[in-house]
Design a protein around this ligand. Structure first.
Ligand code: AMP
Ligand code: MG
Length: 387
């Protein structure tokens, strides 16, 4: 699937829109930081050679209002945090360490050149690579770009995803379900998951279990989308229409996976480099297959360096049963026990039971087999959130 999904290209985004996006090119510092020698404290700018002397206060250097002359020998300049160190000064004495008498300040007997100010270039040098392509832009990265005076950053385009639920049993959330009907909960779960993964989502609502109407809805939606995500309609019941629809529109590469939950997961490529993910209808199956397959693909489209969730070795806190022919992703919470992380089952792992995923910290991977894995064994966990 990753081989069949492409980077969607770079665009320029203003800082106000950069949160959570992926940097598309390395950022090299256009200038050094700090740009000038900047006081780290409130105090007096002096020459270290004047240690122990009484010095006349010649003026002030406040943040944004520098002292306009060089420091003369035998004088001091009052300086505030962020103020420019005057030429000729080589250190700052803290306010707390001096004695002030009118406009004469007596400084301590031992002073070190360089103390209490940030030298130009101490934080970073001009030309230094400060952010590599492929990182996700968070608070610190955006702050760094802003500190360097960069108002826009090159970022990967967000995938445009058309999201559709299918099933005649579904009603809008908030409507009262009739006999045999249920709220369309997958739409909202998948919308949240898609947004977290960086996608721009267009909601198509509920597609009917009727081939022609479903086809029209999908064909219309694909015009403005890079990706189609559907839920439901991929198992082998007579009303499962997604696979034949995708087969008629493009190429279905995967129509079933040896995974629990999520066996009927479907992946297709469509004309114009579009891709489609047919997720199973069961709520846990749709979210687990989203995590395992869709999220990495969406991250690749945006140019992320890190496609997968981090994994950690965790100690099983329960006897895990295995499925003979399918890898299982069991939902767990994690707790600390000394230096180990212990995985605690979230209870019944039924694919319809969203309570098994709500509040889960990780998915532990149980390989197929007849025997399962006993409590105390270390297994790999895909971490969703740390406790
Ligand atoms: P399907 O894959 O269409 O056979 O659906 C499998 C199960 O998931 C059925 O019990 C459906 O009612 C349920 N289901 C399908 N779509 C949704 C949805 N959007 N929200 C909640 N449950 C769903
Ligand atoms: Mg269905």
């Amino acid at each position: 699937m990753l081989e069949r999904t492409q980077f969607l290209g770079a665009e320029s985004a203003a800082l106000i829109d950069c949160g959570g996006r992926v940097l598309a090119r390395d950022i090299v510092a256009p200038a050094q930081l700090p740009a000038f020698p900047s006081s780290a404290v409130d105090g007096y700018a002096v020459q270290a050679a004047d240690a122990g002397k009484a010095l006349r206060v010649a003026g002030e250097s406040a943040a944004g209002r520098p002292f306009d002359r060089p420091l003369a020998r035998g004088t001091a300049v009052r300086i505030l945090t962020g103020g420019v160190l005057p030429a000729g000064a080589d250190c700052v004495v803290m306010m707390e360490d001096v004695q002030l008498n009118g406009d004469v300040v007596t400084v301590p007997g031992a002073l070190k050149p360089g103390q209490n100010f940030h030298a130009p270039g101490a934080d970073l040098r001009a030309g230094e690579r400060v952010l590599p392509a492929g990182v996700q832009l968070g608070a610190a990265e955006i702050g760094l770009a802003a500190a360097l005076g960069l108002a826009e950053l090159p970022v990967g385009r967000r995938p445009r995803v058309a999201l559709m639920s299918t099933g005649d049993e579904l009603v809008e959330v908030g409507e009262r379900p009739g006999q045999g009907q249920i709220p369309d909960s997958n739409r909202w779960a998948l919308l949240a998951a898609l947004r977290e993964a960086g996608a721009e989502v267009r909601l198509l609502g509920i597609g009917p279990d009727e081939p022609e109407a479903l086809r029209r809805l999908v064909v219309d939606a694909l015009a403005g989308a890079d990706v189609l995500v559907t839920s439901g309609g991929v198992s082998v019941g007579t009303h499962d229409l997604i696979k034949p629809l995708l087969e008629s529109l493009g190429d279905v590469h995967i129509g079933r996976v040896k995974l629990k939950p999520g066996k009927p997961f479907t992946f297709a490529t469509l004309p114009d480099q579009k891709v489609a993910f047919g997720l199973p209808g069961f709520p846990v199956s749709s979210l687990v297959t989203f995590e395992v397959f869709v999220r990495p693909a969406l991250r690749k489209m945006q140019g992320h360096a890190q496609l997968q969730r981090p994994t950690l070795p965790v100690r099983l806190g329960y006897d895990a049963r295995a499925t003979a022919d399918r890898t299982e992703y069991q939902r767990v919470t994690l707790r600390r026990d000394g230096s180990d992380l212990v995985a605690v089952s979230t209870g019944s792992q039924s694919s319809s039971r969203l309570m098994s995923l709500a509040g889960a910290h990780a998915l532990v991977r149980i390989p197929p087999g007849d025997h399962g894995i006993s409590e105390g064994t270390f297994v790999e966990a895909m971490v969703l959130a740390l406790p």
